[in-house]
Design a protein around this ligand. Sequence first.
Ligand code: UTP
Length: 408
Amino acid sequence: MTYAEAYKKLEKYGQLHILKYYDELSEDEKKELLQQIESVDLSVIELCKDKSELAKKGKIEPLGAMQLDEIEANKEEFTAIGLDAIRKGKVAAVLLAGGMGTRLGSDDPKGMYNIGLTKDIYIFERIVRNLLDVVDEAGVWVHLFVMTSDKNHDKTVAFFEQMNYFGYNKEYVTFFMQDMAPAVDYDGHVYMEAKGKMSMSPNGNGGWFSSMDKCGVLDIVRKNRIEWLNVFAVDNVLQRMADPCFVGATIAKDCAVGAKVVKKNAPDEKVGVMCLEDGRPSIVEYYELTEELMNAKDEKGEPAYNFGVILNYLFRVADLEEIVKKSMPLHIVEKKISYIDENANLVKPEAPNGYKFETLVLDMIHLAKNCLPFEVVREKEFAPIKNKTGIDSVESARALLQKNGVTL
Ligand code: UTP
Protein backbone atom coordinates (compact mmCIF):
# COMPACT_ATOMS: atom_id res chain seq x y z
CA MET A 1 0.00 0.00 0.00
CA THR A 2 1.36 3.46 -0.85
CA TYR A 3 1.28 6.43 1.51
CA ALA A 4 -1.45 8.03 -0.63
CA GLU A 5 -3.62 4.90 -0.46
CA ALA A 6 -3.11 4.64 3.30
CA TYR A 7 -4.05 8.32 3.69
CA LYS A 8 -7.24 7.76 1.73
CA LYS A 9 -8.26 4.73 3.79
CA LEU A 10 -7.59 6.48 7.10
CA GLU A 11 -9.33 9.68 5.99
CA LYS A 12 -12.49 7.68 5.22
CA TYR A 13 -12.62 6.46 8.84
CA GLY A 14 -11.41 9.69 10.50
CA GLN A 15 -8.13 8.07 11.63
CA LEU A 16 -5.48 10.32 10.05
CA HIS A 17 -3.69 10.73 13.41
CA ILE A 18 -2.18 7.28 12.71
CA LEU A 19 0.17 8.99 10.23
CA LYS A 20 1.17 11.77 12.66
CA TYR A 21 4.77 10.57 13.09
CA TYR A 22 5.16 9.06 9.61
CA ASP A 23 7.94 11.43 8.52
CA GLU A 24 10.01 10.55 11.61
CA LEU A 25 9.94 6.80 10.93
CA SER A 26 12.77 4.76 9.40
CA GLU A 27 12.15 3.22 5.98
CA ASP A 28 11.43 -0.19 7.55
CA GLU A 29 9.03 1.31 10.09
CA LYS A 30 7.22 3.19 7.32
CA LYS A 31 6.80 -0.04 5.40
CA GLU A 32 5.49 -1.86 8.46
CA LEU A 33 2.99 0.86 9.29
CA LEU A 34 1.67 0.94 5.72
CA GLN A 35 1.32 -2.84 5.84
CA GLN A 36 -0.57 -2.61 9.12
CA ILE A 37 -2.91 0.02 7.68
CA GLU A 38 -3.51 -2.13 4.62
CA SER A 39 -4.46 -5.23 6.59
CA VAL A 40 -6.49 -3.67 9.40
CA ASP A 41 -10.29 -3.75 9.22
CA LEU A 42 -11.35 -0.26 10.29
CA SER A 43 -15.02 -0.80 9.51
CA VAL A 44 -15.49 -2.41 12.95
CA ILE A 45 -14.82 0.96 14.58
CA GLU A 46 -18.00 2.37 13.09
CA LEU A 47 -19.90 0.01 15.41
CA CYS A 48 -19.01 1.86 18.57
CA LYS A 49 -20.92 4.89 17.25
CA ASP A 50 -24.25 3.07 17.48
CA LYS A 51 -24.09 0.29 20.04
CA SER A 52 -27.86 -0.25 20.00
CA GLU A 53 -27.49 -2.47 16.95
CA LEU A 54 -25.00 -4.76 18.66
CA ALA A 55 -25.82 -8.26 19.82
CA LYS A 56 -29.59 -7.74 20.14
CA LYS A 57 -31.27 -10.65 21.91
CA GLY A 58 -34.39 -12.49 20.74
CA LYS A 59 -37.09 -14.19 22.85
CA ILE A 60 -35.43 -15.91 25.83
CA GLU A 61 -36.83 -19.14 27.29
CA PRO A 62 -35.35 -21.74 29.68
CA LEU A 63 -33.29 -24.66 28.41
CA GLY A 64 -32.93 -27.65 30.72
CA ALA A 65 -29.57 -29.33 31.32
CA MET A 66 -28.55 -32.95 31.63
CA GLN A 67 -28.06 -32.97 35.39
CA LEU A 68 -25.72 -34.87 37.68
CA ASP A 69 -28.20 -37.63 38.65
CA GLU A 70 -28.97 -38.47 35.01
CA ILE A 71 -25.25 -38.39 34.16
CA GLU A 72 -24.43 -40.67 37.10
CA ALA A 73 -27.12 -43.16 36.07
CA ASN A 74 -25.68 -43.38 32.53
CA LYS A 75 -22.03 -42.83 33.33
CA GLU A 76 -20.76 -46.23 32.17
CA GLU A 77 -22.55 -46.08 28.86
CA PHE A 78 -21.52 -42.47 28.11
CA THR A 79 -17.91 -43.10 29.13
CA ALA A 80 -17.67 -46.16 26.90
CA ILE A 81 -19.00 -44.21 23.92
CA GLY A 82 -16.61 -41.33 24.64
CA LEU A 83 -13.57 -43.56 25.09
CA ASP A 84 -14.36 -45.36 21.86
CA ALA A 85 -14.44 -42.03 19.96
CA ILE A 86 -11.20 -40.89 21.63
CA ARG A 87 -9.43 -44.18 20.88
CA LYS A 88 -10.47 -43.89 17.23
CA GLY A 89 -8.80 -40.45 17.15
CA LYS A 90 -12.09 -38.63 16.60
CA VAL A 91 -11.67 -36.14 19.46
CA ALA A 92 -9.19 -33.26 19.80
CA ALA A 93 -8.84 -30.39 22.25
CA VAL A 94 -8.47 -26.70 21.44
CA LEU A 95 -6.92 -24.50 24.10
CA LEU A 96 -7.92 -20.85 23.75
CA ALA A 97 -4.84 -19.00 24.91
CA GLY A 98 -4.87 -15.91 22.70
CA GLY A 99 -6.31 -13.56 25.34
CA MET A 100 -4.35 -10.77 26.95
CA GLY A 101 -5.29 -11.59 30.55
CA THR A 102 -5.37 -7.88 31.37
CA ARG A 103 -7.22 -8.45 34.66
CA LEU A 104 -4.48 -10.74 35.93
CA GLY A 105 -1.99 -8.10 34.86
CA SER A 106 1.02 -10.22 33.94
CA ASP A 107 3.18 -9.36 30.93
CA ASP A 108 3.58 -13.04 30.09
CA PRO A 109 0.89 -15.27 28.55
CA LYS A 110 -1.66 -16.22 31.23
CA GLY A 111 -0.74 -19.90 30.98
CA MET A 112 2.79 -19.07 32.14
CA TYR A 113 1.48 -17.79 35.46
CA ASN A 114 3.00 -19.69 38.36
CA ILE A 115 0.31 -20.65 40.88
CA GLY A 116 2.57 -22.87 42.99
CA LEU A 117 3.27 -22.16 46.66
CA THR A 118 6.06 -24.57 47.58
CA LYS A 119 7.02 -25.46 44.01
CA ASP A 120 6.50 -24.16 40.47
CA ILE A 121 3.10 -25.01 39.02
CA TYR A 122 2.11 -23.18 35.87
CA ILE A 123 -1.41 -22.79 34.54
CA PHE A 124 -0.41 -24.48 31.26
CA GLU A 125 1.01 -27.33 33.29
CA ARG A 126 -2.28 -27.92 35.14
CA ILE A 127 -4.17 -27.94 31.83
CA VAL A 128 -1.77 -30.43 30.25
CA ARG A 129 -1.87 -32.67 33.33
CA ASN A 130 -5.65 -32.77 33.21
CA LEU A 131 -5.52 -33.80 29.57
CA LEU A 132 -2.88 -36.42 30.39
CA ASP A 133 -5.44 -38.10 32.68
CA VAL A 134 -7.58 -38.77 29.60
CA VAL A 135 -4.54 -39.91 27.61
CA ASP A 136 -3.77 -42.39 30.39
CA GLU A 137 -7.36 -43.62 30.57
CA ALA A 138 -7.80 -43.98 26.81
CA GLY A 139 -4.28 -45.19 26.05
CA VAL A 140 -3.93 -42.84 23.03
CA TRP A 141 -2.67 -39.28 22.54
CA VAL A 142 -5.33 -36.61 22.08
CA HIS A 143 -4.34 -33.88 19.64
CA LEU A 144 -4.04 -30.53 21.41
CA PHE A 145 -4.38 -27.35 19.35
CA VAL A 146 -3.27 -24.17 21.09
CA MET A 147 -4.57 -20.82 19.88
CA THR A 148 -2.22 -17.91 20.57
CA SER A 149 -2.11 -14.36 19.27
CA ASP A 150 0.53 -12.10 17.80
CA LYS A 151 1.01 -10.73 21.33
CA ASN A 152 1.97 -14.01 23.00
CA HIS A 153 2.74 -16.63 20.35
CA ASP A 154 6.53 -16.73 20.56
CA LYS A 155 6.60 -16.72 24.37
CA THR A 156 3.97 -19.48 24.54
CA VAL A 157 5.73 -21.78 22.10
CA ALA A 158 9.12 -21.16 23.74
CA PHE A 159 7.62 -21.93 27.17
CA PHE A 160 6.16 -25.26 26.04
CA GLU A 161 9.55 -26.13 24.51
CA GLN A 162 11.42 -25.08 27.64
CA MET A 163 9.08 -27.16 29.83
CA ASN A 164 9.30 -30.13 27.49
CA TYR A 165 5.56 -29.88 26.84
CA PHE A 166 4.95 -30.83 30.49
CA GLY A 167 5.28 -34.48 29.53
CA TYR A 168 2.91 -34.29 26.56
CA ASN A 169 3.89 -35.74 23.18
CA LYS A 170 4.86 -32.66 21.14
CA GLU A 171 3.86 -34.36 17.91
CA TYR A 172 0.31 -34.00 19.13
CA VAL A 173 0.56 -30.29 19.95
CA THR A 174 -0.09 -27.67 17.24
CA PHE A 175 0.01 -23.91 17.79
CA PHE A 176 -1.88 -21.46 15.60
CA MET A 177 -2.44 -17.72 15.77
CA GLN A 178 -5.74 -15.85 15.88
CA ASP A 179 -6.51 -12.55 14.13
CA MET A 180 -6.11 -9.09 15.63
CA ALA A 181 -8.40 -6.04 15.69
CA PRO A 182 -7.65 -2.35 16.38
CA ALA A 183 -8.08 -0.98 19.91
CA VAL A 184 -9.65 2.47 20.21
CA ASP A 185 -10.27 5.25 22.73
CA TYR A 186 -13.82 6.14 23.83
CA ASP A 187 -14.20 8.41 20.78
CA GLY A 188 -13.36 5.61 18.39
CA HIS A 189 -9.80 6.77 17.56
CA VAL A 190 -7.29 3.98 17.15
CA TYR A 191 -4.64 4.05 19.88
CA MET A 192 -0.98 3.99 18.83
CA GLU A 193 1.39 1.80 20.82
CA ALA A 194 4.47 3.25 19.10
CA LYS A 195 5.00 6.06 16.60
CA GLY A 196 4.78 3.57 13.75
CA LYS A 197 2.41 0.98 15.22
CA MET A 198 -1.30 0.87 15.93
CA SER A 199 -2.49 -0.78 19.16
CA MET A 200 -3.96 -4.07 18.08
CA SER A 201 -5.48 -6.71 20.30
CA PRO A 202 -6.66 -10.28 19.79
CA ASN A 203 -10.12 -10.21 18.20
CA GLY A 204 -11.86 -12.40 20.77
CA ASN A 205 -12.16 -16.15 21.18
CA GLY A 206 -15.00 -16.52 18.64
CA GLY A 207 -12.69 -16.67 15.64
CA TRP A 208 -10.88 -19.84 16.73
CA PHE A 209 -12.29 -22.13 14.06
CA SER A 210 -11.90 -19.68 11.18
CA SER A 211 -8.34 -18.96 12.39
CA MET A 212 -7.64 -22.72 12.37
CA ASP A 213 -8.83 -22.70 8.79
CA LYS A 214 -6.80 -19.63 7.80
CA CYS A 215 -3.61 -21.01 9.36
CA GLY A 216 -3.99 -24.34 7.55
CA VAL A 217 -4.39 -26.19 10.85
CA LEU A 218 -7.81 -27.45 9.83
CA ASP A 219 -6.03 -29.66 7.30
CA ILE A 220 -4.72 -31.69 10.26
CA VAL A 221 -8.28 -32.03 11.55
CA ARG A 222 -9.56 -33.15 8.17
CA LYS A 223 -6.61 -35.43 7.39
CA ASN A 224 -6.89 -37.19 10.74
CA ARG A 225 -10.67 -37.40 10.48
CA ILE A 226 -11.13 -35.62 13.80
CA GLU A 227 -14.90 -35.29 14.30
CA TRP A 228 -15.11 -33.43 17.61
CA LEU A 229 -13.25 -30.38 18.89
CA ASN A 230 -13.39 -29.62 22.61
CA VAL A 231 -12.64 -25.93 22.95
CA PHE A 232 -11.77 -24.57 26.40
CA ALA A 233 -10.32 -21.59 28.24
CA VAL A 234 -6.78 -21.37 29.53
CA ASP A 235 -7.75 -19.92 32.89
CA ASN A 236 -9.75 -22.75 34.48
CA VAL A 237 -7.14 -24.87 36.24
CA LEU A 238 -9.65 -27.61 37.08
CA GLN A 239 -10.77 -27.83 33.47
CA ARG A 240 -11.45 -31.40 32.26
CA MET A 241 -11.19 -31.56 28.50
CA ALA A 242 -11.86 -34.48 26.11
CA ASP A 243 -13.74 -35.87 29.11
CA PRO A 244 -14.98 -39.30 27.94
CA CYS A 245 -18.33 -39.09 29.76
CA PHE A 246 -19.09 -35.62 28.34
CA VAL A 247 -18.03 -36.68 24.83
CA GLY A 248 -20.13 -39.84 25.10
CA ALA A 249 -23.23 -38.01 26.34
CA THR A 250 -23.04 -35.48 23.49
CA ILE A 251 -22.66 -38.26 20.92
CA ALA A 252 -25.42 -40.38 22.53
CA LYS A 253 -27.84 -37.44 22.43
CA ASP A 254 -26.88 -36.72 18.80
CA CYS A 255 -26.12 -33.08 19.56
CA ALA A 256 -24.06 -30.72 17.42
CA VAL A 257 -22.59 -29.14 20.53
CA GLY A 258 -22.11 -30.05 24.19
CA ALA A 259 -21.61 -27.33 26.79
CA LYS A 260 -20.29 -28.01 30.26
CA VAL A 261 -22.34 -26.05 32.79
CA VAL A 262 -22.40 -25.58 36.55
CA LYS A 263 -25.30 -24.76 38.83
CA LYS A 264 -25.10 -21.05 39.59
CA ASN A 265 -24.11 -20.23 43.15
CA ALA A 266 -26.39 -17.17 43.26
CA PRO A 267 -29.06 -15.75 40.93
CA ASP A 268 -26.77 -12.81 40.12
CA GLU A 269 -23.54 -14.78 39.71
CA LYS A 270 -21.47 -13.31 36.88
CA VAL A 271 -21.62 -16.21 34.44
CA GLY A 272 -23.45 -16.56 31.14
CA VAL A 273 -26.45 -18.89 31.40
CA MET A 274 -27.79 -21.44 28.94
CA CYS A 275 -31.17 -20.67 27.45
CA LEU A 276 -33.22 -20.88 24.30
CA GLU A 277 -33.26 -17.74 22.19
CA ASP A 278 -35.98 -17.68 19.55
CA GLY A 279 -36.17 -21.46 19.96
CA ARG A 280 -32.44 -22.12 19.45
CA PRO A 281 -29.77 -22.80 22.08
CA SER A 282 -28.07 -19.67 23.27
CA ILE A 283 -26.25 -18.05 26.15
CA VAL A 284 -27.45 -14.94 27.87
CA GLU A 285 -24.62 -13.03 29.52
CA TYR A 286 -25.00 -12.04 33.18
CA TYR A 287 -25.24 -8.35 32.30
CA GLU A 288 -28.08 -9.12 29.89
CA LEU A 289 -30.06 -11.10 32.46
CA THR A 290 -33.06 -9.04 33.56
CA GLU A 291 -34.49 -9.21 37.14
CA GLU A 292 -37.44 -11.10 35.71
CA LEU A 293 -35.25 -13.80 34.12
CA MET A 294 -33.00 -13.93 37.15
CA ASN A 295 -35.95 -14.75 39.44
CA ALA A 296 -37.96 -16.94 37.02
CA LYS A 297 -38.73 -20.47 38.30
CA ASP A 298 -39.32 -23.75 36.47
CA GLU A 299 -42.17 -26.22 37.18
CA LYS A 300 -40.18 -27.75 40.09
CA GLY A 301 -39.72 -24.32 41.66
CA GLU A 302 -36.00 -24.27 40.78
CA PRO A 303 -34.47 -21.17 39.13
CA ALA A 304 -35.32 -21.44 35.42
CA TYR A 305 -31.95 -19.99 34.30
CA ASN A 306 -29.71 -21.88 36.66
CA PHE A 307 -26.90 -23.30 34.57
CA GLY A 308 -23.82 -21.20 33.91
CA VAL A 309 -21.33 -21.93 31.14
CA ILE A 310 -17.66 -22.47 32.00
CA LEU A 311 -16.15 -22.02 28.52
CA ASN A 312 -15.85 -25.71 27.75
CA TYR A 313 -17.70 -26.68 24.57
CA LEU A 314 -17.58 -29.77 22.41
CA PHE A 315 -18.32 -29.00 18.76
CA ARG A 316 -19.02 -31.50 16.00
CA VAL A 317 -16.65 -30.53 13.18
CA ALA A 318 -19.20 -31.15 10.42
CA ASP A 319 -21.53 -28.62 12.10
CA LEU A 320 -18.70 -26.14 12.69
CA GLU A 321 -18.07 -25.99 8.97
CA GLU A 322 -21.68 -24.75 8.63
CA ILE A 323 -21.60 -22.50 11.71
CA VAL A 324 -18.61 -20.46 10.51
CA LYS A 325 -20.37 -19.61 7.26
CA LYS A 326 -22.86 -17.57 9.31
CA SER A 327 -21.93 -14.13 10.61
CA MET A 328 -21.06 -13.71 14.28
CA PRO A 329 -22.12 -10.66 16.31
CA LEU A 330 -19.32 -8.31 17.30
CA HIS A 331 -18.91 -7.27 20.94
CA ILE A 332 -17.38 -4.03 22.11
CA VAL A 333 -15.44 -4.67 25.28
CA GLU A 334 -14.04 -2.04 27.62
CA LYS A 335 -10.39 -2.83 28.43
CA LYS A 336 -7.04 -1.40 29.49
CA ILE A 337 -5.11 -0.51 26.35
CA SER A 338 -1.45 0.55 26.29
CA TYR A 339 -0.82 3.64 24.17
CA ILE A 340 1.63 6.47 23.53
CA ASP A 341 0.70 9.87 24.93
CA GLU A 342 1.19 13.25 23.20
CA ASN A 343 4.92 13.09 24.05
CA ALA A 344 5.13 9.60 22.52
CA ASN A 345 5.77 7.97 25.91
CA LEU A 346 4.21 4.53 26.38
CA VAL A 347 1.42 4.52 28.99
CA LYS A 348 0.10 1.32 30.59
CA PRO A 349 -3.22 2.39 32.14
CA GLU A 350 -4.42 1.15 35.54
CA ALA A 351 -8.08 1.31 34.54
CA PRO A 352 -9.98 0.62 31.32
CA ASN A 353 -9.43 3.42 28.80
CA GLY A 354 -11.12 2.27 25.62
CA TYR A 355 -12.65 -0.48 23.55
CA LYS A 356 -11.56 -3.67 21.88
CA PHE A 357 -13.65 -5.55 19.33
CA GLU A 358 -14.31 -9.22 19.87
CA THR A 359 -16.36 -12.11 18.62
CA LEU A 360 -17.13 -14.70 21.28
CA VAL A 361 -17.20 -18.47 21.17
CA LEU A 362 -20.47 -18.46 23.13
CA ASP A 363 -22.21 -16.88 20.14
CA MET A 364 -21.39 -20.00 18.12
CA ILE A 365 -23.82 -21.93 20.31
CA HIS A 366 -26.75 -19.94 18.96
CA LEU A 367 -25.68 -20.78 15.43
CA ALA A 368 -25.72 -24.51 16.14
CA LYS A 369 -28.73 -26.78 15.52
CA ASN A 370 -28.88 -28.04 19.08
CA CYS A 371 -26.81 -28.16 22.24
CA LEU A 372 -26.53 -30.43 25.26
CA PRO A 373 -25.93 -28.49 28.48
CA PHE A 374 -24.02 -31.03 30.60
CA GLU A 375 -23.80 -30.37 34.32
CA VAL A 376 -20.50 -30.82 36.16
CA VAL A 377 -19.68 -30.39 39.86
CA ARG A 378 -18.34 -26.86 40.13
CA GLU A 379 -15.94 -27.58 43.02
CA LYS A 380 -14.34 -30.28 40.88
CA GLU A 381 -14.23 -28.60 37.49
CA PHE A 382 -14.47 -24.84 37.82
CA ALA A 383 -11.57 -22.81 39.16
CA PRO A 384 -11.15 -19.84 36.83
CA ILE A 385 -8.30 -17.40 37.27
CA LYS A 386 -9.34 -13.98 36.03
CA ASN A 387 -8.01 -11.71 38.79
CA LYS A 388 -5.06 -11.64 41.18
CA THR A 389 -7.21 -11.63 44.30
CA GLY A 390 -10.88 -12.01 45.28
CA ILE A 391 -13.50 -13.71 43.11
CA ASP A 392 -12.16 -15.98 40.33
CA SER A 393 -8.60 -15.30 41.32
CA VAL A 394 -5.26 -16.98 41.90
CA GLU A 395 -6.28 -17.26 45.58
CA SER A 396 -9.68 -18.87 44.97
CA ALA A 397 -8.25 -21.25 42.35
CA ARG A 398 -5.47 -22.33 44.72
CA ALA A 399 -8.02 -23.13 47.42
CA LEU A 400 -10.06 -25.23 44.96
CA LEU A 401 -6.97 -27.05 43.69
CA GLN A 402 -6.02 -27.94 47.24
CA LYS A 403 -9.57 -29.16 47.90
CA ASN A 404 -9.08 -31.49 44.93
CA GLY A 405 -5.90 -32.89 46.39
CA VAL A 406 -3.37 -30.96 44.30
CA THR A 407 -0.25 -30.10 46.29
CA LEU A 408 0.81 -26.57 45.60
P1 UTP B 1 -11.29 -13.71 28.78
O1 UTP B 1 -12.63 -13.30 28.36
O2 UTP B 1 -11.10 -13.98 30.23
O3 UTP B 1 -10.25 -12.65 28.25
O4 UTP B 1 -10.90 -15.00 27.94
P2 UTP B 1 -8.68 -12.45 28.52
O5 UTP B 1 -8.19 -11.58 27.43
O6 UTP B 1 -7.95 -13.75 28.69
O7 UTP B 1 -8.60 -11.72 29.93
P3 UTP B 1 -8.95 -10.20 30.36
O8 UTP B 1 -10.41 -10.03 30.13
O9 UTP B 1 -8.13 -9.30 29.49
O10 UTP B 1 -8.57 -10.15 31.79
C1 UTP B 1 -11.50 -16.26 28.08
C2 UTP B 1 -10.67 -17.25 27.28
O11 UTP B 1 -10.64 -16.90 25.91
C3 UTP B 1 -9.30 -16.73 25.47
C4 UTP B 1 -8.50 -16.45 26.72
O12 UTP B 1 -7.13 -16.75 26.51
C5 UTP B 1 -9.20 -17.33 27.73
O13 UTP B 1 -8.78 -18.67 27.60
N1 UTP B 1 -9.25 -15.63 24.50
C6 UTP B 1 -9.79 -14.43 24.79
C7 UTP B 1 -8.62 -15.85 23.30
O14 UTP B 1 -8.10 -16.96 23.03
N2 UTP B 1 -8.57 -14.82 22.41
C8 UTP B 1 -9.11 -13.60 22.66
O15 UTP B 1 -9.03 -12.71 21.80
C9 UTP B 1 -9.74 -13.40 23.89
